[in-house]
Design a protein around this ligand. Structure first.
Ligand code: ZN
Length: 289
């Protein structure tokens, strides 16, 4: 952290505030920093100027929060309570609603404290830990053959054989294409019954793959396009225990993973900053190479 900033001239004052975060991150996502600056039309060294963000390179990895959003069977879903919506006596239009939601549902972050006592809460997870190079591990075929598939060390090694060592600060994403089932609860979760946790069937990470990533590589987080980083039948949530135990967050119900290349995209998650939260709804995007 901050290492790259020492070797580079500071950005001009006019752009320093916006760039500071990225410079502090440059030691770990150097190419991604330059990529994002380029997409944003900002020179790496110079005052912000130029065209708006290239929308064609931005992918929204977030499901809409509404009454169709999938939550864990034991959770209540997302509720929007409509407030004022119309023209006021003064003649201007005004709309403002309330919402209630569990922390864990839809596209969201698991903060480390979710399965690890004393670890970081949602507001304590630093922003650099929620962004980084997207390493997309394709397990579509295995998941199609086995709804309860667990991503293996061999799957990670296969990715590295094609693209090289998983970069430091990576967000390692399991792509099962489970998003094709969204928002059908029976197909996505394995059950549409409220409270039914006995019939959950969907793919996730294996304990061995999580341990390998933590011991052998320097990742920031993992994520899945399914409801949980542990596969459906899990009763111990050992992958949660392992990842959160290492004080790392995870991302679940990541949308549109089929639009990402296996390597080269920048993953950016902005979870709601809930004080003391065990997790939080997140807006997640990727910037394509
Ligand atoms: Zn969660």
């Amino acid at each position: 952290m901050g290492g790259a900033a020492r070797g580079e001239p500071p950005p001009p004052v006019a752009s320093r505030r916006g760039v500071a975060l990225w410079v502090s991150r440059a030691a770990r996502v150097g190419p991604q920093l330059l990529l994002l600056l380029a997409v944003a039309g900002m020179p790496a060294h110079g005052v912000a100027a130029g065209p708006a963000i290239d929308e064609s390179r931005v992918v929204d990895l977030t499901y809409t929060f509404d009454d169709t959003t999938i939550y864990w069977p034991t959770e209540d879903g997302f509720h929007l309570q409509q407030g004022p919506h119309g023209f006021t006596p003064q003649g201007y239009f005004y709309a403002a609603n309330h919402f209630t939601t569990a922390e864990h549902g839809g596209t969201h972050m698991d903060a480390p404290i979710h399965f690890a006592q004393g670890r970081s809460t949602a507001d304590q997870v630093p922003l650099p830990a929620t962004m980084g190079p997207a390493v997309v591990v394709d397990v579509r075929d295995a998941a199609a053959a086995d709804r309860d598939y667990r991503l293996t060390v061999a799957d990670l090694e296969r990715w590295e054989a094609k693209y090289g060592r998983i970069p430091d600060g990576a967000i390692v994403l399991m792509r099962s294409d489970w998003g094709r089932f969204w928002p059908n609860r029976r197909d996505y979760l394995g059950t549409a019954e409220k409270g039914d946790v006995a019939n959950l069937h969907f793919p996730g990470f294996s304990k061995e793959a999580a341990e390998w990533l933590l011991a052998r590589r320097s990742i920031d987080a993992i994520g899945v396009d399914t409801p949980s980083i542990d596969h459906g039948p899990s009763k111990t949530f050992i992958v949660h225990q392992t990842i959160n135990g290492a004080n790392k967050p995870a991302f679940e119900n990541v949308a549109n993973m089929d639009k990402l290349p296996e390597q080269g995209a920048l993953f950016v998650a902005l979870p709601m900053k809930i004080g003391g939260g065990s997790g939080a709804p997140a807006r997640i995007m990727a910037v394509l190479p």
